[in-house]
Write a protein that binds this ligand. Sequence first.
Ligand code: HEM
Length: 477
Amino acid sequence: MPFLCFWCFAAAALSIVAVFRFYLKNKPPRSRSSHSSPPGSRGLPLIGETLQFMAAVNCSNGVYDFVTTRCLRYGGCFKTRIFGETHVFVSSNESAKLILNDGGGRFTKKYIKSIAELVGHQSLLCASHLHHKFLRSRLINLFSSCFLASFVMQFDQQIVPTFRCWNTGSTIVLLNEALKITCKAMCKMLISLEKENEVEAFQKEVGYVCEAMLAFPWRFPGTRFHKGLKARRRIIKILERMIQERRESEPQHGDFLQRLLTEEDGGEPLSDAEIGDNILTMLIAGQDTTASAITWMMKFLHENQDVLQNLKEEQFRILGKKQDHGSCFLTLEDLRNMPYAAKVVKESLRLASIVPWFPRLILRDTEMEGYKIKKGWNVNIDVRSLHLDPCLYKDPIKFNPSRFDEEAKPFSFLAFGMGGRQCLGMNLAKAMMLVFLHRLLTSFRWKVIDSDSSIEKWALFTKLRSGCPILITRIES
Ligand code: HEM
């Protein structure tokens, strides 16, 4: 029932937003002079609309509620004041294109101070334009297609024995299990950490950091922010020790840490602080996001049995072919032969909008959507509203992978961002989703036993609060 209520609410809200968008697009340009700033409320003195924002973060629909109510009142481009700063929200693909194509001339990425403190000031998430360019050029080399091919096999080798331990008739909380699996994969890939107890401890520490991301930056013992900062310090200490040990011995691993220490391309090496902060960044950026995406995908599939049926046909065909050839683990080539599954992945990412908004800082006075946006303000691309925009996607709340038979409109699919800040782990994440999908589908039938669509409070990424418990039945071969 809560699921139905959610979608009824979403459908109603979307229809109203669509009518408003139509109205705003067609109303006379009088109120959209390039000299006026976007409409919106600056809220109470000092605190602005921080309380309303925090209340939304604490609700089952997250920031989306905060944004939707203001979209209805002011249109697709509005301003507000949160944490003492002016924020403009935009949700059209034209604005997204302008911002994401800019390359640091007028916009730069900016997270709230507390996030920068948690991921570290040397993280590419928070680096200034030039520093970001340098860090990205070093990190991007790690994600080569050669690496991806070996990662796919490795990931499948981790998943197969895990799934063997799942007993028929048992209940699995998908988000928790997916998180264990993605954490294990990231720990091995980044720092060759494989011992179960050590991986579990790392997962817990990273969890504290993630939970602190949207918390009030109170530093008192017991607060989420304080716990997050302490966990960050412990993780960095472990990484520093690893870096020290690796520097003093012969290379034994081919993981990301080793490759960053080895200066493969002869370029300027990263400092220890840069390596530490960016390994932590990749842990945060990679595991929670991918696990959440997997969970949403399985939920959408359960709710759309026709799609599931089509997908099963494709996946069992691939399994059959592999068995005929006597090959065991999935390869990158196998994943490339899953066109329908690739569309299921894409559609799940569109509907879930795991990273719901992209924050940027305005470096120069700018004009956008007919309004003047001032230097020093923040602008946020509201990805979730964009992904659910009826002008960009017909019947936007329907889970319909076949909509991607046709190329999406430019800058209308932003699950991984675009431009100079596009997700570095995009292909890795898609590969993990496909491998998980293939193995779950060909090993089990499953039934979602809590269909509540509420999202986790205070989470930076859109994840299901219920964790999506499923009842599994093994498919006998
Ligand atoms: C389904 C899973 C994932 C989703 C939805 C996702 C989404 C995103 C998005 C939207 C951005 C850009 C945000 C912006 O422009 O403000 C981003 C950046 C990033 N992602 Fe991912 N991501 C995922 C998985 C991963 C994985 C597996 C890694 C690998 C380690 C990763 C590493 C990164 C990094 C390092 C950045 C920063 C890039 C930069 O600033 O230059 N992500 N991700």
